[in-house]
Design a protein around this ligand. Structure first.
Ligand SMILES: NC(=O)C1=CN([C@@H]2O[C@H](COP(=O)(O)OP(=O)(O)OC[C@H]3O[C@@H](n4cnc5c(N)ncnc54)[C@H](O)[C@@H]3O)[C@@H](O)[C@H]2O)C=CC1
Ligand SMILES: N[C@@H](CC=O)C(=O)O
Ligand code: NA
Length: 434
């Protein structure tokens, strides 16, 4: 590495254009903090002619991104195209074998191939960094890998998807259903290229798998995540939750139960009812927040902008500054060979409170049928609201259960399955404990 940190930018969309603006606008400050200027030596994207609101004329355009992996004048390749596999992964592998440090915002790729890429980087003595991949501008990767490194962390959870949080907050404010507010989230540049990744909880699951690996020193296990998104949440659920003292948020939750040989990893991305007194209930719009519980640090809360050009660019350039300073470090909390491989927790043994919502026929005896199924399974009701209708005119019955085994709620639902009184599958939303 010479007098400047020479970078190549691959992908010039929301984040790529943000990185160019940031590197240009804060050039002097970055050079002082990094110990050398950051110089953009090459750029590429799909469409050269597209207007991105930034002047690309000072930068050399190449048509073949693979060229950056071998060019002698490049120190770091920054990948901002996305996608777990395909060109992003090919580029990452080529760069790490071609002697280039690699920076990415691509959580899908890190969740699926992060260990392989980290191992390649370790063998080559190169940096592989991905601060922008989780919770955008919030320095949570650094916070867990470095700031909380001395702790045994037992739980990490939070609001990890800006698009869903934006949608849920807008539904809360306006009473609109989710499809109506999705377009606005897309227009603001938060949503993934395929927005079902956001809405169905896939993006949050990518991020959760990365956080869990960092927090617990375990191997990534994306496939072990129990996942559901926000498609089934009606604005009536949000209103009923509010009447019961809660807000609905899409939460990624990971816990490591037990230690050493018998440890089990629990990972879930679901909508949760969050009690109003909990800080996550007040996280609005595209803001993200991550809570980590350490045995010496206590509860840590990281909060800030989780998506968008400026915040995400801020995280990308922070990684570049680290590299300019010579910080290579392991990509996870320790070298890949040291990470624990742990069993998946069996969710049947978990306990908690939950919100249940049924769309039912408007006729006598329906409520009795539901409560009888709950009684038989041993689920007891803390509160119940029968108010509001679904878009097709069914009556909505919502209830909050007392603390109890999740398996009892599952037994209730299977007893009711196929009942002609129910017009749709019931909605189950877990309630976030303290
Ligand atoms: N937009 C956001 O708020 C955040 C995005 N990210 C991640 O950052 C990455 C980029 O996201 P955005 O900038 O939002 O995407 P975008 O869709 O706005 O931009 C993608 C860019 O990559 C280029 N590209 C795609 N495929 C290509 C290919 N095969 N060859 C050459 N260029 C190609 C496109 O031309 C475009 O310039 C993704 O991995 C995304 O998940 C991470 C955090 C926040
Ligand atoms: N689509 C993502 C972008 C940032 O990671 C989100 O909405 O959070
Ligand atoms: Na981050």
């Amino acid at each position: 590495m010479g007098e400047t940190l020479n970078i190549a930018l691959v992908g010039l969309g929301t984040v790529g254009a943000g990185v160019i603006r940031l590197v240009e606008e804060n050039a002097a400050l970055i050079a002082r903090r990094a110990g050398k200027p950051i110089r953009i030596c090459g750029i590429t994207a799909r469409d050269r002619a597209k207007d991105r609101g930034v002047d690309l004329s000072p930068y050399e355009w190449v048509d073949d991104m693979g060229e950056f992996a071998t060019r002698g004048d490049i120190d770091v390749v920054v990948e901002l195209i996305g996608g777990a596999d395909g060109p992003a992964l090919t580029l990452a592998k080529e760069c790490l074998s071609g002697g280039k440090a690699f920076v990415t915002a691509n959580k899908a790729m890190v969740a699926h191939h992060g260990l392989d890429l980290a191992e390649r980087a370790e063998k080559a003595g190169l940096a592989f960094k991905y601060e922008a991949a989780v919770a955008g501008g919030i320095p949570v990767i650094k916070g867990l890998r470095e700031g909380a490194a001395a702790n045994r962390l037992s739980r990490v959870y939070g609001i990890l998807n800006g698009t869903c949080n934006f949608i849920l907050s807008a539904m809360e404010r306006t009473g609109q259903d989710f499809a109506e507010v999705l377009a606005e989230a897309q227009a603001r540049g938060f949503a993934e290229a395929d927005p079902s990744f956001d809405i169905d909880g896939v993006d949050a699951a990518h991020k959760l798998s990365i956080l869990a690996a960092l927090a617990f020193g375990t191997e990534l296990d994306f496939d072990g995540i129990e996942r559901s998104g926000i498609r089934k949440i009606l604005s009536a659920d949000i209103a009923q939750a509010a009447a019961l003292g809660y807000r609905i948020r899409l939460i990624g939750m990971a816990e490591l139960d037990g230690h050493n040989g018998d440890a089990q990893l629990f990972q879930r991305v679901h909508p949760y009812l969050v009690p109003m007194h909990h800080p996550l209930a007040h996280v609005e719009g595209s803001t993200n927040a991550v809570v980590a519980e350490g045995n010496f640090s206590g509860r840590l809360l990281f909060q800030g902008a989780g998506a968008g050009d400026g915040p995400t660019a801020s995280a990308v350039v922070a990684d570049l500054i680290d590299i300019a300073r010579g910080e290579i470090g392991p990509a996870f909390s320790m070298p890949v060979r040291e990470l624990d491989k742990v069993a998946r927790a069996e969710t049947g043994h978990r306990t908690g409170k939950c919100y249940l919502r049924f769309e039912v026929a408007d006729r006598p005896g329906v409520l009795a049928e539901i409560t009888a199924a709950m009684r038989d399974a041993g689920v007891s009701i803390e509160s119940l609201i029968q108010k509001g209708r679904s878009p097709d005119g069914s009556v909505l019955v919502a209830m909050v259960t007392h603390e109890g085994p999740e398996s009892a709620v599952a037994a209730t639902l299977s007893a009711l399955k196929g009942s002609p009184s129910l017009h749709a599958d019931p909605l189950v939303v877990h309630i976030l404990g303290d």
